[in-house]
Design a protein around this ligand. Sequence first.
Ligand code: BJ8
Length: 421
Amino acid sequence: TASYEAMWERLGLDLEAHASLLEVLGKFYGDIYLSQQGRLRGMEYLDFVLSEIHGLRIRELEEAKAQGRKVIGTFCVFVPEEIVWAADAIQVGLCAGAEAGTEAAEKILPRNTCALIKSFVGFKLARLCPFTESCDMVVGETTCDGKKKAYEIFSDYAPVYVMEIPQMKRDSDRALWKAEVLRFKRAVEDLTGREVTAERLREAIRLINRRRRVLQRLNRLRAARPVPISGRDVLLINQVSFYDDPDRFTQKVDELCDELEEKVRRGEGVADGAARVLLSGCPMAVPNWKLPYIIESSGAVVVGEESCIGTRNTRDLVDEGGTTLDEMLDAVVDRYMKIDCACFTPNTERLEHIVDLARGLDVKGVIHYGLSFCQPYAMESFKVERALRDAGIPMLSIETDYSMEDVEQLKTRVEAFVEMI
Ligand code: BJ8
């Protein structure tokens, strides 16, 4: 830690508050992750990345910046990552899953704002996040009203650029989205001084597809019986995918998958007799491991995450068949239009995806997770429940935030659900 202090100071972090955040995080990680038995050797890489969460990767960003590269932060899987990498910039996810900074956030945001928004604003105000402080551009987007309006406030503190995300999926919405992707491309080109050429975009499309493919492979393997890896571990891998170097990450997770494949072949599992469940709903940003931990200490095991830190982000690839720049941009536009976020209306694809996923993974039930005050997912949970009921699959709806106050109460509800299914 000592060797990073100068760097954190340069970034303007509140060193004391930051040190206590890392301490809490370390303890939390030890309890939830390191306490697991029989983990894959490949998880050592993830343990290492987590132990270095504000260290090594930040140093890499610093070095890249010294060479003239730019860092672009995002909060939503709608931001087309291929454009960023094609302009030789580095993208990092900034969504935060910790309560630290909430007090600061509540001074400029209403209290009844979802925890994810409060967390990223709070991390900025309390000067706790070296990723945020490393960004040359922070990309917001018009998804839910909470985020949309929070970026107006956030722009007083950081260089914010906002993309307009359509709310429907008609031809006119696709045209709007294409215009927005082109506008974003120009903004990124202006920032980096690098042109997005056909050749660079082709490479970026392949790079990010490779990362999606390895996560798809992980998801196929973890669906085995018995379950060969905990849901917590897979969630962590997904979380790390948002800020690790994509090439290195893909290689490491591929190695982990080789090991996992062996484990599946030997028929070894991690949770004998546990009920298989699917998690569905709002994203779980690092270090938000509360609910998966509760579920996996209540006689169940998570075998899938229908969320943006999960299959919503890895299910669709960008078509690699395009040869001209415009064809490739169209492929990018089309791939992102498939995202089934609850901010869309109607959003029937999501209902179909959840039922398909639940059936394909052969789960006993679905746990729908909504962050308190998140209207899009709370509203949609009623439709999700109905679609699942029609398919004969029980669902438990959980609304919570990042605090630990409701842990016991949630545990009681989850245990009752697991017993019932
Ligand atoms: S594509 S899910 S990453 S918008 S939880 S801030 S919706 S009030 S995060 Fe999301 Fe993009 Fe959609 Fe995915 Fe608002 Fe709800 Fe909070 Fe949310």
